[in-house]
Design a protein around this ligand. Structure first.
Ligand code: PRT
Ligand code: ZN
Length: 284
C-alpha cells in the first residue's frame, strides 16, 4: 500500500482528486471531514492535509508521496524526489513594490523590508545576491503590508497579477516559478516504488492524452503527402479509402498546438470535414 497526501481544500484539491479519478483510481471522497480514505481498486491510501504539511509528512514517512506546489517544497526545504510536474497550480513567486517606488535594479532592494509568507525562499535569494534587506514574516494578506506601513515591499505568489494591481503594487523580480508536482520520499522500499511507478505510468498516460487530439479528415488522394506533412506525429497516419472516388479518410494523433498552427494550411491543401476528438488515455 502506498500513502499519497493531497491538499484537503484549496487551489490544488480539485485537480489533484480529478487526476486520480482520470487515472481510474476509485475512492469514496468522504467530504470535508474525511482525512484518510482508501482506494477501492488500487493499493493506495490518501491523506487529506494542509498543503504546508505535505512536504514534511513525506520526508518523515507519514506519507510516501504527495501532490503539492514546488513553492511549498522549496519553502519547507526538504529533500524530496520530484517524480512528475503536473501542469496545474502554475504560479510564480515574485517581489513587488509600490507603483510609486522608482525601481531600476535589484540594488534598489537594499535596506528595504519585505513582507512574505515565504521567508526561506526569500532569504536564500537575498543571501545569494548579497542584499541587505530585512524580512517581515506574515502568514497571509501579504499584499496589504506596504499600504499599511508594515513593510516596503512584498514577496508573494503571483498568478494573473490582478491582486498586485488592485493593491497598487508592481512586480519587479521573479524568484521562482512553481506548479503542482507529484513528489515522493527518495527512500521508498521496493514494493512502494513499484506501486508509485504504476501510479506514474497512469499519470503519464492521462497527461499525454490531455495534450493530444485524435484528428480525422478527408483528403483528395493526390494531397495525402502534403497533408500528412502538416500533421507532425510520431506515427504514420492511418488511411482509409472513401466511397467517393479519389478521396481518403486520414486519421492521426497530433498535439493540439500543432493543429491550431496548421489549420489554415490544412484547409488550403484541400483537407475537408476535419474532426478533432479528445483522447482519454494515451500510452506511448
Ligand atoms: O489551506 P492550505 O494551507 O492547504 O492552502 P493555502 O491557502 O496555503 O494554499 P492555496 O490553496 O491558496 O494554494 C495552494 C497552492 O496553489 C500554492 O502553494 C501554489 O503552489 C498554487 N497557486 C497557484 C497559488 C496561486 N496560483 C495563487 N494565485 N496560490 C496562491 N495564489 C494567491 C496568492 O497568494 C495571491 O494572494 O492568489 C493571489 C494572487 O493571484 P493573482 O491571480 O491575483 O495574481
Ligand atoms: Zn497552505
Amino acid at each position: 500500500m502506498l500513502t499519497l497526501a493531497l491538499q484537503k481544500s484549496g487551489r490544488l484539491n480539485k485537480q489533484s482528486v480529478q487526476l486520480l479519478k482520470d487515472c481510474g483510481i476509485s475512492f469514496i471522497n468522504g467530504g470535508n471531514n474525511a482525512l484518510k480514505v482508501t482506494a477501492t481498486n488500487f493499493p493506495l491510501q490518501i491523506l487529506f492535509l494542509r498543503d504546508d504539511d505535505i512536504p514534511e509528512c513525506i520526508a518523515d514517512g507519514a506519507a510516501d508521496c504527495g501532490i503539492v506546489g514546488e513553492n511549498v517544497i522549496a519553502e519547507k526545504n526538504v529533500a524530496l524526489a520530484v517524480d512528475k510536474k503536473l501542469e496545474f497550480g502554475k504560479c510564480r513567486l515574485s517581489i513587488a513594490v509600490p507603483n510609486a517606488l522608482n525601481y531600476t535594479s535589484q540594488n534598489d532592494l537594499q535596506n528595504l523590508s519585505i513582507a512574505t509568507s515565504y521567508p526561506v525562499i526569500l532569504q536564500a535569494y537575498l543571501a545569494k545576491n548579497n542584499l541587505n534587506t530585512s524580512i517581515h514574516e506574515i502568514s497571509g494578506s501579504v499584499e496589504i503590508a506596504p499600504g499599511i506601513g508594515m513593510a516596503d515591499a512584498i514577496f508573494d505568489i503571483v498568478s494573473t497579477g490582478s491582486t498586485l494591481l488592485s493593491n497598487g503594487l508592481k512586480e519587479v523580480e521573479t524568484i521562482m516559478k512553481s506548479e503542482a508536482v507529484l513528489a515522493s520520499n527518495p527512500q521508498l522500499d521496493q514494493k512502494k516504488k513499484e506501486i508509485l511507478s504504476k501510479l506514474l505510468f497512469r499519470v503519464n498516460a492521462v497527461m499525454h492524452a490531455a495534450n493530444h487530439k485524435y484528428i480525422l479528415l478527408n483528403t483528395p488522394n493526390d494531397k495525402i503527402a502534403k497533408i500528412s506533412s502538416l500533421l507532425p506525429g510520431r506515427k504514420s497516419p492511418t488511411l482509409m479509402p472513401l466511397a467517393k472516388e479519389g478521396w481518403s479518410s486520414l486519421h492521426s494523433v497530433i498535439k493540439e498546438d500543432d493543429f491550431w498552427q496548421n489549420i489554415e494550411k490544412l484547409k488550403e491543401a484541400g483537407a475537408e470535414n476535419i474532426l478533432i476528438i479528445p483522447i482519454e488515455k494515451m500510452i506511448a
